[in-house]
Design a protein around this ligand. Structure first.
Ligand code: HEM
Length: 447
């Protein structure tokens, strides 16, 4: 069987990556493209991902060569970009046995907590200077991750000597060097954010229209009676007082978004406060996390919708093989579209919605795990090249999130609410997925 390769496939590939309900391109979630000299296989269904990452993984577990990676990683003697083979196998074994094992990651817990305390103190300081202060969470959390990794790598904190920051800056430069070309897809992500915003907006328009008609009916009726303010729903309340407060209709919608977000998001905040014991310095400890099912579900749901490595690190086939009946030549580059797998409507109920409950008892994804056995959810990949840093990554995220929820009440910045913008979730595409804008909208209020 042979493939007819069309140029428009290359275009549809980039488009499908950002479609709200990703269409599967190619046969059975497999699409072979000829982009430049090397053939490229795009994998976008769980069964195809299983074929690539489990069934034929021994042939498809190498990496593509790039001159930049070759320079940065000392002739590819690292793990992540090393070609499949004995050298990679040994390096990876060392990594998983001695550096990133669950036991080792656990042993870093005190250092992690110290870094968490640093972030909490910075936020508290900022919040102490004014009642509602905007905090650059992107900067703070980026610094935290950087400090946690630096501490693990360097043995102790080098924050004071600015060494950590230097490591962070150099890592950034590496990433930009490795991925400069992929920047081209940024516009498509913005378009997606706009589409989601339009859906919200249309929904609000409809609801407001219904409420206004109801209000008109009530006011033209002889029996009009001013309802008690407590009996009115939020839309009625906002519509009845908006002129008094000089609110535009966009302002009304913005507050409504706030209500939805606050109403839904506070669920895990309550859980964190209920579960965490108040120790001497009132810090949520890693031991407390096992009781926080909702927090863990939030982390999973975030990884589903915003996988940090959306196409995995490109794999490379080292021999001719047949994947699900289709021939894949040796030297084919393989992208597993994790972003699109996580939004496949066949596998996920209301895939575009942020619903951590799906991972909880009674939810439709309660048994879906993120460690590579469920091929619709692969934030860490699967098979031989699966991320060896899962425990480290998850531990770093969970303890920080739990403490942020425990210690502060979070809010959106006033002007942004007024402008109806909410939190801009636009992502920048690259080897890793990043927020386009810094997260500076949140203002902690001391509870
Ligand atoms: C939430 C955090 C993280 C996510 C979502 C993540 C995800 C991934 C993904 C998707 C891959 C590529 C798998 C593939 O190509 O099939 C990967 C590879 C890798 N990750 Fe992570 N990772 C995270 C944190 C970490 C951390 C903290 C470390 C180390 C400290 C780490 C070390 C590695 C290494 C060394 C590889 C290359 C493995 C290989 O090629 O054999 N990761 N990661």
């Amino acid at each position: 069987m042979s493939y007819k390769i069309l140029d428009e496939h290359a275009i549809s590939l980039s488009v499908s990556y950002f479609l709200p309900q990703p269409a599967r391109h190619g046969r059975d979630g497999l699409l072979l493209l000829h982009l430049g000299s090397a053939p490229t296989l795009v994998v976008s269904s769980p069964s195809a991902a299983e074929a690539v990452l489990r069934t034929h993984n021994h042939v498809l577990a190498s990496r593509t060569w790039s001159p930049v990676a070759d320079i940065i990683f000392y002739g590819l003697t690292d793990v992540a970009f090393a070609p499949y083979g004995e050298r990679w196998r040994q390096a990876r074994k060392l990594l998983t046995t001695h550096m990133l094992s669950a036991k080792k990651v656990h042993s870093f817990r005190h250092g992690r907590l110290e870094e968490v305390r640093v972030v909490l103190a910075r936020i508290r300081d900022a919040a102490a200077t004014a009642p509602r202060t905007a905090v650059d969470m992107t900067g703070l959390l980026g610094g935290y991750t950087n400090d946690v990794v630096s501490r693990a790598v360097l043995g102790e904190s080098h924050r004071e000597g600015s060494r950590n920051r230097l490591f962070g800056e150099l890592s950034e430069i590496n990433v930009s060097l490795l991925l400069a070309k992929l920047e081209l897809l940024r516009k498509l992500i913005c378009a997606k954010a706009k589409r989601v915003h339009r859906r919200w907006d249309q929904l609000f328009d409809k609801l407001i229209d219904e409420h206004q008609r109801e209000r008109k009916r009530a006011s033209s009726s002889q029996h009009e009676q001013q309802e008690e303010i407590t009996d009115q729903d939020f839309i009625h309340v906002l519509l009845s007082v908006r002129e008094e407060y000089g609110l535009t209709m966009d302002g009304v919608k913005a507050i409504l978004v706030d209500m939805f977000e606050a109403g839904i998001e506070t669920a895990h905040l309550k859980e964190v406060r209920r579960c965490a014991p108040a120790g001497n310095d009132m810090v949520v400890m890693e031991e407390d996390l096992s009781n926080m099912a909702y927090l863990k579900a939030v982390v999973k749901e975030t990884l589903r919708l915003h996988p940090p490595v959306p196409l995995l690190v490109p794999h490379l086939s080292i021999a001719d093989c047949e994947v699900n009946g289709y021939p894949v030549p040796s030297g084919t580059r393989v992208f597993v579209n994790v972003w699109s797998l996580g939004r496949d409507p066949v596998y996920w109920e209301r895939p575009e919605e942020f619903m951590p409950e799906r991972f909880l008892e009674g939810g439709c994804a309660v048994d879906v795990d993120m460690k590579g056995k469920d091929f619709q959810f692969l934030p860490f990949g699967s098979g031989r090249r699966i991320c060896p840093g899962i425990n480290f990554g998850v531990a770093t995220v969970e303890i920080m999130l739990a403490n942020l929820m425990y210690h502060f009440d979070w809010d959106l910045q006033d002007e942004m609410e007024g402008a109806g913008k909410g939190v801009d979730m636009t992502e920048l595409f690259g080897l890793t997925l990043r927020r386009k804008e810094k997260l500076i909208l949140l203002v902690p209020k001391m509870p």
